[in-house]
Design a binder for this molecule. Structure first.
Ligand SMILES: NC(=O)c1ccc[n+]([C@@H]2O[C@H](COP(=O)([O-])OP(=O)(O)OC[C@H]3O[C@@H](n4cnc5c(N)ncnc54)[C@H](O)[C@@H]3O)[C@@H](O)[C@H]2O)c1
Length: 321
């Protein structure tokens, strides 16, 4: 549960991708903290969202962040003090199928936000969603923030590029931006059923067999969405005071587990016997990736409030409803 901080009271905040999984959870929490929210998303009124019943409290703008004119006019008109830039093509499989669309949304979309903010003195913090995937493949685990960014598949490369652009706009123009690099997020409101957690919960609740695309031994770490929201908000709150501009922060539960372990855990938590088939068809995916969150713990005072089992229980309850 996020402590209400006066920092957010009546604060004008722009959330790009507010209709998405992370964006909707973040927007809901910001509303609870009293923020005045403008949201941009290419989709409007996503059904069954955690924002249902709350959209009348948000200025919802339907639009594409790769349209510089739109981004500029929204920022000029609404003058946000804080921007959470989350809009992106966030599904690896879709990025592989249509890399150009991904590069437009993820790279051009990010430079549009940064460029539109270049000379805006009213902006005090921009938090841009990078990803653990921005690192690409490294032999040294867990990944720390100083690891080089060398994504080498479309989604991963788009995140490496956008991440470098954020640093560039800080370093060259003083745009007040930080990036987050999260492990796999899970929780209420994720309707991307190609992702392991929603897919496995759906299969398990419906008594179906889950298909594991990889050999099941790939390792990842996970973050419950409320913990991620907390990390994003803490970073925005502390960025100016602690002079963190230009910095990157990892957020994860530092508890890497294999795909088979996640699936078995989900089936057990729903009271079912684990049932999965290993397809061994995963392409262009990093085999072992997990993050060190020591920097966020030390500098931001962040820590995950939910263990994987606690977070999964809450997530399953939400999908059941
Ligand atoms: N979910 C994860 O595990 C995870 C992990 C690390 C980083 N991230 C990053 O966090 C951010 C949010 O991810 P998510 O899981 O909420 O994804 P999501 O797909 O649920 O949400 C992304 C939102 O962006 C919107 N969008 C996409 N392209 C757009 C465009 N061109 N213009 C305007 N809106 C556009 C989509 O409609 C969607 O609502 C993304 O930047 C993602 O890359 C996610």
């Amino acid at each position: 549960m996020i402590k209400k901080n006066r920092y957010w009271k009546n604060k004008r905040v722009l959330v790009t991708g507010y209709e998405g999984f992370l964006g909707s959870n973040l927007t809901r929490t910001l509303l609870n903290c009293g923020a005045d929210i403008v949201g941009i998303d290419i989709v409007k009124n996503r059904p069954k969202s955690v924002l249902n019943g709350l959209r009348n409290k948000i200025k919802c703008i339907k639009g594409d962040i790769s349209d510089f004119g739109l981004v500029k006019s929204v920022i000029n008109k609404h003058k946000p003090r804080v921007i959470f830039h989350l809009a992106a093509e966030a599904i690896v499989g879709k990025s592989n199928k249509d890399p150009i669309k991904t590069f437009k949304s993820n790279i051009e979309g990010t430079w549009n936000i940064l460029e539109a903010c270049r000379d805006k003195k009213f902006i005090e913090a921009i938090v841009s969603a990078s990803s653990d995937k921005a690192y690409g493949i490294h032999k040294v685990l867990p990944y720390k923030e100083n690891a080089s960014l060398k994504g080498s598949h479309p989604y991963d490369a788009s995140k490496s590029c956008a991440d470098i652009l954020c640093y560039t706009y800080w370093n060259t123009y003083g745009v007040p931006v930080c990036v987050t690099r999260c492990g796999n997020l899970y929780g209420a409101g994720d309707f991307n059923f190609s992702r392991i957690v929603p897919d496995a919960i759906n299969c398990s609740l419906k008594g179906r067999q889950f298909k594991i695309r990889s050999d099941g031994k790939f390792t990842r770490d996970y973050v419950y969405v409320e913990d991620a929201v907390n990390g994003y908000m803490l970073l925005a709150e502390k960025m100016k005071k602690l002079k963190l501009y230009g910095e990157a922060f990892n957020f994860s539960d530092e508890n890497p587990i294999t795909v088979i372990d996640v699936v078995e855990r989900i089936y057990k938590l729903t009271g079912r016997k684990p049932s999965y088939k290993i397809l061994n068809q995963a392409q262009y995916e990093i085999k072992h990736q997990y993050l060190c969150s020591g920097k966020a713990r030390k500098i931001l005072g962040w820590k995950p409030e939910y263990t994987l089992d606690e977070g999964m229980r809450k997530t399953i309850e939400w999908y059941e409803k």
